[in-house]
Structures are given as structure tokens and as C-alpha cells.
Design a protein around this ligand. Structure first.
Ligand code: NAG
Ligand code: NAG
Ligand code: NAG
Ligand code: NAG
Ligand code: NAG
Ligand code: CU
Length: 588
């Protein structure tokens, strides 16, 4: 593909030895062939020059006002097994349309996204279900993609079509929510174009940061949840847009898996003097990422789906599931310059090889030469938290209201009677029943469930405060589906009642809680559905760190759920009648 070139790493000259097909299948992400994004997709009507008309990111409340463009973006996804070597170490994976990362979904604010997902997983077969991270799914909680919560898994050889409105805009991703399947490759970026007061020239598109394991997810969880097993899972490498090199000499003796040094890293092109938008996404299984670009500061303009007042930083910290949009001006040198992009897995996470790099070439740089730039020296604070809440202020202000209810939820670990190390969230280690999704039962008027489903019903509360007390030394990226929560406070030990900027707290859909610390969140009621609230570390969710929150049960009961949802349950029920489902974990 003409992408073979010398790369210096750790002082050693290495040659990119694998083709893009071998490392990433049909994906072009991470290569100079990946196209720049437009500011918006143009096959929309353009009232006042934009698909979203006069709505702005600073003057309009996106939760109450969003455009209805009437435009539909359709995608056809097939999930299949495959074998690739993203970092040179060959392994079996699960891919969307043969690509790692999977195809990018792109829409304008207010468009409808329709994705038909075919389950083509064979040898062996298994279920799947895809979650559209960060989307509010107002009126469509059955499209949220959490198996055992909002739907039954899509049975092998079956198809399910997801339909939802892009009612928020910015950067996100989709991923399988079936067990820890996404960590084996079932994920991809989503870009929803919307208004932005921040000015930039070039949209580079997604920059996916993900830790990477050489073992398949099933094998990792099988060991982790074996009697006497350890809940501590180390990743083997760290990738930028699905690519990185690996030192094959570190492979365990006796491991005969094909392994190639210098598989090749991701490459980006910058225009000298221009401002570039990078859409950072932590799509990993576990690792907290610290992202930087040698010789450049970054301006943060959005955290998750929330545009924020711009602030400058040398390092952006992203927990699993989080996104940060940054602007970077190519003013670090002359047109022949090249720089390293870096993503380091934090010392808060467990990683054998935490350092990912990619190359940024200015317009006239020789892409046959590796950058020689020096890293910023920014010592890690080791709090395992996100950027200071005092500086992450939403562009559109919303004042915190008084909560109508406060729920305290402890995070704990324990060893069960079989000697298996598990997580408890609010006193329960969650285990889903794939055959009986909570939402479908609620729609039938059944609101009493087994304790191990860990369902909390908040009825018609107007605003619910969640106080998460982390009694474990590990940090956790806490994610709530269907909402942007307000982040009131985060810190060590117990909460002292302080709220950071109650006039306009940070809003987002994932927030880190530090080890032995607290996190205080609040969300407004009104979005009827059953919404998972869980740790986004794949291994922790698998080990039971998962809950589901019911909002507005009466409206769920009256909701019309499309027959495709019932059909998916009938298909799953038929398949499980003749196949034993080896549900090794919580199910999510
Ligand atoms: C389905 O999976 C098989 C086996 O992994 C693969 O050969 C085939 O190309 C896949 N079909 C589609 C449509 O992706
Ligand atoms: C990332 O890791 C490199 C070592 O590979 C180090 O030199 C650099 O300072 C680190 N960057 C940050 C922001 O921590
Ligand atoms: C302990 O947890 C494992 C994994 O979830 C489960 O298979 C096993 O049945 C549990 N043991 C008991 C006694 O509950
Ligand atoms: C509600 O669903 C649960 C789980 O399937 C079941 O155990 C219970 O019997 C059901 N309750 C009613 C009233 O149908
Ligand atoms: C708020 O949620 C709590 C906890 O489930 C419940 O007891 C209370 O009745 C709810 N309040 C309203 C107004 O729905
Ligand atoms: Cu966790």
C-alpha cells in the first residue's frame, strides 16, 4: 500500500513490515489515506447555511432543542470473526465489516441513524448487541444495545436494525455491550457534526486510543473469574487508531503465535500554520490514557458530547469511554517538521507496554523519516482523575437544581463462595439474564426482578443525585446510559458536601472516580427507560460492577416497543433452546 517505511522507536531503526490489511483489515484509519472530515454532511437542507439552522453550541439547550432534519444515515454492519495483527502479534478478533477499528458512522445533528447489524459470528457462534455510546435515546430506550437490559442478544445468523436520532453532537463511538466482546474488536468511531463557536481549519477525525490485549476477551475473563483468579488484568500494548509496534522478543517462551516487530504505527498529516481538530476517543478495555503531542499545546473544546469553554493543556486524560475534542495549531516548526503523538497508559492502570506513539507529518515532511521530537515532561498527578472540574465548564450553562432524591452507591470487591473475585455495586454483584431484558419486562408491567440484576427504580424523580463511594484502591470510569450527568464533585475519601460551580457544573457521560475516593453525579429525570450505570472497564463490568436505573416506569409500561425487539428475543430464545450459552460473566 506504499505505507512501508522506516520508523525509529526507542533508538532502534525498524521497518513497517505488515500491510494495512494484515494489521487492521479493511480499516483506513491511521493511514494517510483516511479522508479529512467535512464540517457537515451536505446532503441536508441548509436553513441559514447549516443543517442545524440558527442553533448554536453556546446559546441553545441541546436537551430541549434539537433540529429534526428528516435525513437518514444508513449503515450495514456484519460482525464476524477474523485474524489480524494490529501491533504485529497475530490474534483472533471480532470485526465489524472486516475492519479494526470498525467503520465510522457520520451524521449531522438531528439526523436519524439506522444501523442494521448482522450477527455472522461463527466457529463458535455467540450473541452480540451494539451500544451507541453517549446517545440519549429519548423515546427509544430499546435501541440502547445493552443485552439483558434493553434487548436480548442478537442470535447467531440473525439481524437487528437499530434506529435512533442524533440528538446530541460531537464525538463518540459504538461498541458491543455483550460481555467484554468489544475489547476483541467490535467497536468504531461516531462523528455527529454540529455547531461550534471554536474556529478550526481541518477536521482530522477520530483518534482512537485503546489498550490492547493479545488474548481474546473470553480467555481473559475465563481466567479472571476462575476460582482463585485475579481481578487484575494487564494489557499487552497500547494503540492509536488501532496501530502500534510490539517487541516480539517479550513474547513468553513457548508461544509460537506469529509475531512481527515493527508492524507499523498510525500517521497523520498537518498543514503548517493551520488549526486541526482531533477527536480523541478512549475505546480501550481498561487503561486510563494520557494523550499529548510533542511541541504542541492543545485547546480542549468538548468533553464527551458537551462543548466546553476552551482551555489549553499539554496533556489530556481520558478514562475508558471518554472523548475529548482538541484543537491543535501546527505552529511547532517549519513545513518539513514531524512530531510524535503519544498516548501513555496511566500508572493508575495495569499495562505491560503503556506507551503508544503515532507520527504527525507537516505538509512537506518526509514521511520516510521518523519524527525526532522530545516528549513534554508533565509529571503524572497519580490521582487517576480527569482534568480539574474547576476548568471544565460547559459552553451552554445549566444550573444545578436541588435533587428530589439522593442514592449512595458503594463500590466493593469480594470473593464469593466458589472463590471467585467479583465486584459489588450498591451491595450487589450484577448478573444479567440475556433471555429477560429488564426493559421488555417493564413494558409488560413487571417491575420485580431478581436481586442479582441490580435494578434501581427512581420512578418520576425530577433529579437524582448519585454518590459513588469507591471502597477499592482502583479508579473507575463511571458511565451512565441515556444521559449527560452533572459532575458535582470528585476527590479522595468521603464527600464533604462541596459542589464545584453549581451555577454550571461539567456535564458528560463518563467520569473517573479515584481509588478510595468519591464521585458525586446528578441527572435530571424525564428520559423514560432502563439505563445502565456501570464501570466502563470491561473487566470490572464483567465482574458485576453494573447496575440498571429505571426512570418513569409508567411511561415505559405504556411505550410502544417495536416488534423487532420482541422478535430478537424470540430468536434468542429459539437459539438458546438448542445451544448452551456459556455466560461467563455479568453479561455486559
Ligand atoms: C461471515 O463470517 C465468515 C467466517 O468468519 C466469513 O468468511 C464471511 O466473509 C462473513 N460474511 C460476511 C458477509 O461478512
Ligand atoms: C509519556 O511517556 C514517555 C515515555 O515513553 C515520557 O517520556 C513522556 O513524558 C510521557 N508523557 C506524558 C505526558 O506523561
Ligand atoms: C461465584 O461467581 C461465579 C462467577 O460469576 C459463578 O459462576 C459462581 O456460581 C459463583 N458462586 C457462588 C457460590 O455463587
Ligand atoms: C417478573 O419477572 C421476573 C423475572 O423474569 C419473574 O421472576 C417474576 O415472576 C415476574 N413477575 C410477575 C408478576 O410476572
Ligand atoms: C424517587 O426515587 C426513590 C427511590 O426509588 C423513591 O422512593 C421515590 O418515591 C421517588 N420519588 C418520586 C417522586 O418518584
Ligand atoms: Cu472499574
Amino acid at each position: 500500500m506504499g505505507l512501508i517505511r522506516d520508523v525509529f522507536l526507542g533508538g532502534v531503526v525498524v521497518v513497517a513490515k505488515l500491510t494495512q490489511q494484515k494489521t487492521n483489515g479493511t480499516s483506513l484509519l491511521g493511514t494517510l489515506l483516511f479522508p479529512l472530515l467535512s464540517f457537515f454532511l451536505t446532503n441536508n437542507p441548509l436553513p441559514y447555511g447549516f443543517p442545524w439552522g440558527k442553533l448554536t453550541d453556546w446559546g441553545n439547550n441541546p436537551y430541549t432543542e434539537y433540529p429534526t432534519t428528516g435525513v437518514i444515515r444508513t449503515y450495514d454492519f456484519t460482525v464476524s470473526r477474523g485474524v489480524i495483527a494490529p501491533d504485529g502479534y497475530e490474534r483472533p478478533v471480532l470485526l465489524v465489516n472486516g475492519a479494526f477499528p470498525g467503520p465510522m458512522i457520520e451524521a449531522n445533528w438531528g439526523d436519524k441513524i439506522i444501523v442494521t447489524v448482522h450477527n455472522n459470528i461463527t466457529g463458535p457462534e455467540e450473541g452480540t448487541a451494539i451500544h451507541w455510546h453517549g446517545f440519549l435515546q429519548q423515546g427509544t430506550p430499546f435501541e440502547d444495545g445493552a443485552p439483558g437490559v434493553s434487548q436480548c442478544p442478537i442470535a447467531p445468523a440473525k439481524t437487528f436494525t437499530y434506529e435512533f436520532i442524533a440528538s446530541l453532537y460531537g464525538t463518540s463511538w459504538y461498541h458491543s455491550h455483550y460481555s467484554a466482546q468489544y475489547s476483541s474488536g467490535v467497536l468504531g468511531p461516531i462523528v455527529v457534526h454540529g455547531p461550534t463557536q471554536a474556529k478550526y481549519d481541518i477536521d482530522i477525525g477520530p483518534v482512537m486510543l485503546s489498550d490492547w490485549n493479545h488474548e481474546a476477551y473470553y480467555d481473559i475473563i475465563e481466567k479472571m473469574l476462575a476460582p482463585g483468579g485475579s481481578p487484575r488484568v494487564f494489557s499487552d500494548n497500547n494503540l492509536i487508531n488501532g496501530k502500534m509496534n510490539f517487541d516480539c522478543s517479550t513474547v513468553a517462551a513457548g508461544d509460537t503465535t506469529p509475531c512481527t516487530n515493527n508492524a507499523g504505527i498510525s500517521e497523520f498529516r498537518f498543514q503548517t500554520g493551520k488549526t486541526h481538530r482531533l477527536r480523541l476517543i478512549n475505546s480501550g478495555a481498561d487503561g486510563l490514557q494520557r494523550f499529548s503531542i510533542d511541541g504542541h499545546t492543545m485547546t480542549v473544546i468538548a468533553n464527551d458530547f458537551t462543548p466546553v469553554k476552551p482551555y489549553d493543556t499539554k496533556v489530556v486524560t481520558l478514562g475508558v469511554g471518554q472523548r475529548t475534542d482538541v484543537l491543535v495549531k501546527a505552529d511547532g516548526g517549519n513545513p518539513q517538521s514531524a512530531f510524535w503523538m503519544r498516548s501513555n497508559i496511566s500508572a493508575c492502570s495495569l499495562a505491560h507496554q503503556p506507551f503508544a506513539v503515532a507520527a504527525i507529518y507537516y505538509d512537506q515532511a518526509d514521511t520516510a523519516k521518523a519524527p525526532t521530537s522530545k516528549p513534554w515532561d508533565v509529571p503524572e498527578p497519580l490521582t487517576c482523575s480527569n482534568d480539574d472540574l474547576a476548568i471544565t465548564e460547559p459552553l451552554y450553562p445549566i444550573a444545578l437544581r436541588d435533587p428530589s432524591f439522593t442514592q449512595t452507591m458503594a463500590v466493593e470487591t469480594f470473593v464469593n463462595a466458589s472463590g471467585v473475585a467479583l465486584w459489588k455495586f450498591n451491595g450487589v454483584s450484577m448478573r444479567a439474564d440475556y433471555n429477560s431484558p429488564v426493559l421488555v419486562l417493564a413494558n409488560q408491567g413487571n417491575f420485580s426482578y431478581p436481586t442479582e440484576w441490580n435494578v434501581l427504580n427512581f420512578y418520576t424523580n425530577s433529579s437524582v443525585r448519585l454518590v459513588v463511594n469507591n471502597k477499592t484502591p482502583a479508579s473507575h470510569p463511571m458511565h451512565l446510559h441515556g444521559h449527560n450527568f452533572y459532575v458535582l464533585h470528585e476527590g479522595p475519601g468521603e464527600w464533604d458536601g462541596t459542589i464545584v460551580r453549581p451555577s454550571n457544573p461539567q456535564r458528560r457521560d463518563v467520569q473517573q472516580v479515584r481509588g478510595n475516593g468519591h464521585l458525586v453525579l446528578q441527572f435530571d429525570g424525564g428520559n423514560a427507560g432502563v439505563w445502565p450505570f456501570h464501570c466502563h472497564i470491561a473487566w470490572h463490568a464483567s465482574g458485576g460492577f453494573f447496575s440498571s436505573l429505571i426512570i418513569d416506569p409508567d411511561r415505559i409500561d405504556k411505550m410502544h416497543i417495536p416488534d423487532t425487539v420482541q422478535q430478537t428475543c424470540r430468536d434468542w430464545s429459539a437459539w438458546t433452546a438448542t445451544h448452551v450459552v456459556d455466560q461467563i460473566d455479568s453479561g455486559n
